[in-house]
Ligand binder design. Structure first.
Ligand SMILES: Cc1cc2nc3c(=O)[nH]c(=O)nc-3n(C[C@H](O)[C@H](O)[C@H](O)COP(=O)(O)O)c2cc1C
Length: 366
């Protein structure tokens, strides 16, 4: 089935850190090394995935004992693929925008325009302490990220770029060569007030933690209304942990086993650290602000999106997230290579069928 512009996009989390995407001792046939990841990227692009998202971590936290760096790893995946777009995570603080703009512009040339960035604002204060980076308050981190994004865009598109911010300064800077089209897309992670307002002003994509279609719709409506008044367009990507099996019972049994084998110390440690995210914002809202123990077993509340069941059930739930305003589903899996392939074979075609049915119904109604 051919895809159209309006089709929902699929991304997967690059397992470039060890331990997979759940804090559990359940068996995970997922590797974090480059050989595993190159093959995974090749499987994913064949399976119909549009994007891969790498992660940035500087030190072990709760799980993730080993972490490959995101920009260089993303480049290796781009070199091993032909159509997949790879989103490299970048953390303002450790990165400054001059270096990030230069790195990404070069990778844009090397990959024929397939690299994107995810500007993450940080939640792991222990990591900043470990590498000697000052730790800013919640909303200050977003003020810095917004300047970072404005600087990236300015450097990529303007000659003699001049910028006088509170965090970054540029004077008559002309980057050469500039990225070729398509320009690198700018994603961001976060869902607090500050994160949403930043998305409504400067980001191309807003990534949020897993949630129900009702809760996603609230975020989408809020962001899109603000973006409209700012004359800015932003699309929304939602995280989900997918467990697709032939029967719903099998899929639920896998979820139960993941939770039963969760590592409680690591989950509690993670719960403690993520208090620096949404909970530390002036409103006390945002990612992880309401997460239960079970939610936190998946790093980004991916069980909440409920893509757990048969391919049919999952396809229908993806359409509900699309109705809520999501344009992209970001997926984690237990056994990445096997399950990305299964998802591409059994779920994506059903989603495309449902999307085509919707389009035909709309045409018939006109
Ligand atoms: C899809 C997604 C990917 C993220 N990737 C990273 C990452 O690689 N490294 C990191 O330190 N934080 C990452 N984050 C964390 C966010 O950048 C942000 O700090 C966190 O979600 C707090 O958001 P809030 O306080 O605005 O709700 C990610 C978040 C999301 C939703």
């Amino acid at each position: 089935m051919s895809s159209t512009q309006d089709d929902i996009k699929f991304a997967y989390w690059v397992p470039n850190v060890s331990g997979g995407l759940v804090i559990s001792n359940i068996e995970q046939r997922t590797g974090w090394d480059i050989d595993y990841n190159r093959k995974l990227a090749q499987i994913a692009e064949k399976a119909g995935f549009d994007y891969a998202l790498s992660q940035i971590r500087f030190t072990a936290g709760y799980g993730a004992d080993n972490q490959h760096e995101s920009v260089s790893f993303s480049h290796a995946l781009l070199a091993a693929t032909e159509t997949l777009k790879v989103i490299a995570a970048i953390l303002p603080g450790p990165w400054n925008p001059a270096l990030a703009a230069k790195q990404i512009a070069t990778i844009n040339h090397l990959s024929n325009g397939r690299v994107a960035v995810n500007v993450v604002s940080g939640w792991f204060s222990g990591e900043f302490k470990a590498i000697g980076e000052p730790w800013l308050d919640h909303d200050e981190r977003y003020r810095r990220s917004e300047e970072f994004i404005r600087a990236l865009r300015g450097i990529w598109t303007e000659d003699s770029f001049t910028f006088a911010g509170d965090f970054y300064r540029f004077r008559n800077y002309s980057l050469k060569p500039k990225p070729i089209d398509p320009q690198p897309e700018i994603f961001q992670g976060g869902s607090s007030r500050a994160a949403r307002d930043m998305a409504a002003r400067v980001s191309d994509w807003y990534f949020t933690n897993g949630n129900t279609p009702e809760e996603i719709a609230k975020q989408v409506n809020d962001i899109k209304a603000k973006a409209k008044t700012n004359n800015h367009a932003v699309r929304i990507g939602v995280n989900a942990f997918a467990i697709a099996r032939e029967t719903e019972e099998e899929a639920r049994a896998v979820l139960d086993e993941i939770i039963a084998k969760a590592n409680p110390d690591a989950v509690h440690g993670f719960a403690h650290e993520v208090k620096n995210a949404g909970k530390a914002s002036p409103e006390g809202e945002g990612n992880w602000a309401k997460s239960s123990f079970e939610d936190l077993v998946q790093y980004n509340d991916g069980f909440r999106s409920n893509l757990i069941g048969t391919p049919h059930q999952i396809a229908e739930r993806i359409l509900k997230l699309k109705d809520a305003g999501a344009s992209l589903i970001l997926l984690g899996f237990l056994h990445f290579q096997e399950e990305v392939e299964y998802f591409g074979k059994h779920v994506i075609p059903l989603v495309r069928e449902l999307e085509a049915e919707r389009r035909n119904a709309l045409v018939a109604a006109e």
